[in-house]
Design a protein around this ligand. Structure first.
Ligand code: ATP
Ligand code: MG
Length: 221
């Protein structure tokens, strides 16, 4: 195993994430580096982007920002906590003002901003910034260019079935595969697998599962 030497040194294991061993390797390498690094995971909904960031949020010295919420806190948190691992979930939902404020920081680790009668002037050396986004077009070109970008495409059927088994730990593998198969057929995503799995009981067979799916489809939009 390529990154075995990292284990035991408090690095994330990404146990909850099925697949993407290659991306896990890149993330671990970025963490190990003494240099700063900005990595953006972007693409399909329900492709484990937030899961990656939440795993990194468990690291010492990490801060997690949900950019769909107000982002005026970002500068305060950077100033007070001087985090070495900075996580921006849904970066494409961050307002333009904040996007612009971060440009310098992402380039040099230095940020100097006047905001609401306050002046922020700080430097964090060697920070790692990990972000997620659905739509790259909502990021300004300069912000986009500051990240190494990795695209998470739609799951293949094979991957989808493996993830389905992973997200249904309470059900038998057969049942999880049946749910995965049905959701795949109806072009749903992994979140649909999870919500359906909550309605399925351990001893439900194919008919019961099909009936639940029919009812959800009948009254769904
Ligand atoms: N590869 C995977 N391994 C384990 N669980 C996964 C995987 N992909 C998706 N999931 C599950 O699907 C759900 C959605 O994943 P997540 O929130 O990480 O998606 P996302 O890529 O951030 O989507 P969005 O773009 O809509 O924010 C989570 O419950 C997650 O556990
Ligand atoms: Mg997400």
């Amino acid at each position: 195993m390529k990154f075995l030497h990292l284990f035991g040194s408090n690095n994330p294991t990404f146990d909850e994430i099925e697949g993407y061993e290659d991306i896990k390797d890149i993330v671990l390498r970025a963490l190990e580096s003494e240099e700063s690094f900005n990595l953006l995971l972007w693409g399909e909904p329900a492709s484990s982007k937030t899961l990656f960031l939440l795993e990194l949020a468990k690291q010492k010295g990490a801060v997690f920002f949900d950019c769909t919420n107000t982002t005026s806190r970002i500068l305060d948190v950077l100033e007070q906590e001087r985090p070495k691992i900075i996580l921006f979930d849904e970066l494409d939902k961050m307002g333009r003002v904040s996007q612009n404020q971060l440009l310098n920081f992402l380039e040099s680790g230095h940020i100097k901003v006047n905001q609401m009668k306050r002046q922020y002037d700080l430097t964090i050396k060697g920070a790692k910034v990990f972000a997620s986004a659905n739509d790259l077009n909502k990021l300004s070109p300069p912000l986009r260019s500051r990240f190494r970008r990795l695209h998470l495409p739609k799951y293949s059927k094979d991957q989808f079935m493996k993830v389905a088994v992973k997200v249904c730990p309470k059900l038998s593998k057969d049942t999880a595969l049946r749910i995965g198969e049905e959701i795949w057929k109806s072009q749903g995503d992994i979140r649909d697998v999870i919500s359906l799995s909550k309605l399925v009981k351990k001893d439900d067979g194919p008919e019961e599962i099909a009936e639940i799916i029919n009812t959800l489809a009948k009254y769904g939009e």
